[in-house]
Design a protein around this ligand. Structure first.
Ligand code: VGL
Length: 228
């Protein structure tokens, strides 16, 4: 069954007004087929392919559209096997747990979900986790210690972006981490839950709480946002 996102007290249903002079960016985090039921052997997030309309709608509210993709080696050190099940710990500086192999360039799983723009149509795009011994979650840094920038924060700063609307996959991993990194860098961050799906009930609740605690606004859908 699809993991519906808990509409708990941390989610706002109010209209969010961001003002016409406020520069806004929209961020599609890892909206790739490997995180949808289209690729059942990778990391299928239930209903992960149902986020496209909302991602496109939130992008309509923004002057800039950014995106990220996981881009992994089939020989990565964190690839789960018989003796290393998914989510068991893996030793390494920039890896934490084993995952099923996903997002290998050249495969279907690597591609963006149908209905999203071509990669070249985005204003800024990031490929992450290319090194076989690195598996970052957030799109702002290549390493787990948040020291090697991907350029996302610099791009937003140069373009005087104040607010970032975030959606993508998976809510409880890469979306959460990206949103927290952006909030820490002092952007106003709004996570559009209709543009996200998550892996597991527990980690979804934890992600919503962590983001709320960090001052991130959690909205039900892009229709709540007014910027005029
Ligand atoms: C992701 C788990 C493993 C994500 C990536 O994109 O959220 N989650 N790798």
């Amino acid at each position: 069954m699809a993991k519906s996102i808990d509409k708990s007290a941390v989610v706002t249903t109010a209209v969010v007004s961001i003002g016409p002079r406020h520069t806004v960016a929209s961020f599609d985090v890892d909206a790739q087929n490997c995180f949808t039921p289209v690729c059942p052997d990778e990391l299928p997030v239930p209903a992960g392919n149902e986020i496209v309309t909302e991602l496109n709608q939130q992008a309509e509210l923004a002057q800039y559209r950014l995106g990220s993709k996981d881009a992994h080696s089939p020989h990565a050190v964190w690839v789960a096997d018989q003796s290393h099940p998914p989510l068991s710990p893996v030793k390494g500086k920039n890896v934490d747990v084993y995952w099923p192999l996903h997002a290998v360039p050249g495969t279907k799983g690597f591609t963006l979900i149908e209905g999203l723009p071509e990669v070249t149509a985005y204003d800024f795009f990031v490929w992450k986790g290319v090194e076989p011994d690195m598996h970052p979650y957030g799109a702002c840094y290549h390493d787990l210690a948040d020291t090697k920038t991907t350029g996302v924060i610099e791009y937003l700063l140069v373009n005087k972006v104040k607010t970032v609307l975030v959606g993508g996959l998976a809510l409880d991993y890469c979306v959460k981490t990206t949103a927290l990194q952006l909030a820490k860098a002092n952007f106003q961050v709004i996570v559009n839950l209709a543009a996200c799906r998550g892996i597991a009930e527990n980690s979804i609740s934890e992600a919503l709480n962590d983001m709320h605690q960090a001052g991130i606004l959690l909205i039900k859908s892009a229709a709540q946002v007014k910027n005029s």
